[in-house]
Design a binder for this molecule. Structure first.
Ligand code: UD1
Length: 418
């Protein structure tokens, strides 16, 4: 078990750069299967989830060379269409490979995906959409087998703007026959990044970032070089770290447009900003003010920032009400925050947080990726030392979080336990 030990009470100051986006990099890596050739990617974060995604591609037959910030993936010799169960269980996003593998092979075999335990996370929307595109689905003993003679473009109206389902449909549609239209598509910036990547390799995708996406199938794709967009959730996490410590921080290499809902809430909390297109300066007050939050699909407040924001509200002045609308089980981390002295009550999808003057350091357990990050943020201001256990969850999605926080003046170290 690996842990972080954080000593509270250090005000963050200085400059820090944001890594490439996890949620953009994962579908883009999956999409490299489609071009039967070479894809060169830059700015892929070096985290556990991208490592697993690359491992799966290697098992499928891709040749991969990593040289510092550059990853070269050669998918010309891919000869398997089955995702190994153990790796599928490691990471929910591996389901994104289904659309890419089917797009390439007209067949795919995989088990139900794993990932963070933040809710049921079904894949019914993905499978329904595949069926509409002429793909037959058979389910047997936890395995899903997809096959078809050809993929045909279809009009698909999603019941909910699922990010993963939108991406999977796009990936399956790129080499399909005819036109696919996705209505009520997810509008997240990571989908625009996927569209840009696919179009750079010869696909014909338009409308990403709006509710309606159109994909006109093409017969082949070509070699591509692409730089992944900055990680808006990592940027938001660093902003919250600055905010809770009363800090004064510049966040660099970021797309500030993607952070609008988070910036607005931090302003409501009393933080001041100077905003440039790729750089952001935050100055936080001595004590934040309480605010209310409802998570929503983009451009609403991101569910991935819910735990991290709740963490900074635990010692804000006043009472905050949080409503989690996306995942039904995303408050597990609150029992750990309570061990640090936070006053939080949960009822269904609502959390009520009464700000306390001081949290106190103790030993706590990460429950999921963002919940783990929330505990690190709380540790930055807690009295004494906070030991955050099971940081394997955090390492799935954050590249060098401890190093970045240290650069800003935090006292945090990693401990490798048994
Ligand atoms: C992606 C992000 C994740 C983020 C989430 C919501 C990646 C790798 N992960 O996850 O960080 O928190 O978007 O912004 O990009 N649903 C169904 N049936 C389906 C699919 C989804 O009911 O077939 C439900 C889910 O249970 C959930 C909601 O839709 O309640 C949102 O899920 P979705 O947008 O699909 O999230 P992911 O793509 O899994």
């Amino acid at each position: 078990m690996k842990s972080y030990i954080v000593e509270g009470g250090h005000c963050l100051k200085g400059e820090v750069s944001v890594s490439g986006s996890k949620n953009a990099a994962l579908p883009i890596i999956a999409a490299t299967l489609l071009n039967r050739g070479i894809s060169t990617l830059y700015h892929v974060p070096k985290i556990h989830d991208t490592k697993i995604m690359l491992e799966i591609l290697e098992i499928l037959g891709c040749q991969i060379h990593i040289n510092s910030d550059k990853i070269v993936i050669d998918s010309s010799k891919v000869d398997r269409y089955e995702i190994p169960e153990c790796l599928m269980r490691e990471m929910r996003s591996s389901v994104i490979l289904a659309g890419a593998i089917i797009g390439r092979y007209k067949r795919a075999r995989f088990s139900y995906p794993g990932g963070c335990d933040i809710g049921a996370r079904p894949i019914d929307l993905h499978l329904e959409a595949f069926k509409k595109m002429g793909i037959e689905i058979e389910e047997e003993s936890g395995f899903i087998h997809c096959s078809c003679d050809k993929i045909t473009g279809a009009e698909i109206a999603l019941d909910f703007p699922s990010v993963g389902a939108t991406e999977n449909i796009i990936l399956a549609a790129v080499l399909a026959e005819g036109k696919t239209v996705i209505k009520n598509a997810a509008m997240e910036p990571e989908i625009i990044d996927l569209q840009n990547f696919l179009n750079e390799m010869g696909a014909c995708v338009s409308g990403a970032g709006t509710k309606e996406i159109e994909i006109i199938g093409v017969s082949e794709l070509h070699q591509v070089t692409y730089k992944v967009m900055p990680d808006r959730i990592e940027a938001g996490t660093l902003l919250c770290a600055a905010a809770i410590t009363g800090g004064d921080v510049v966040i660099k290499e970021v797309n500030t447009d993607h952070l609008t809902p988070v910036i607005h809430k931090l302003e409501e909390c009393g933080c001041e900003f100077q905003i440039f297109p790729e750089e952001l300066y935050i100055k936080a007050p001595q004590r934040l003010k309480a605010v209310d939050i409802k998570t929503m699909p983009y451009p609403g407040f991101p569910t991935d920032m819910q735990s991290i924001f709740s963490s900074i509200l635990t010692n804000a002045k006043g009472t905050s009400v949080i409503i989690e609308n996306i995942f039904e089980n995303r408050y597990k981390y609150t029992s750990e925050l309570k061990r640090m002295g936070a006053k939080i009550t949960i009822e269904g999808k609502t959390a009520v947080i009464k700000g306390v003057k001081k949290l106190s350091g103790t030993s706590v357990n990460s429950t999921d990726l963002r919940g783990g990050a929330a505990l690190v943020i709380a540790g930055l201001v807690a009295k004494g030392e906070t030991k955050i256990n099971h940081i394997e969850y955090i390492l799935r999605g954050y590249e060098n979080l401890d190093e970045k926080l240290r650069k800003l003046g935090a006292n945090i170290r990693k401990e490798e336990g048994e």
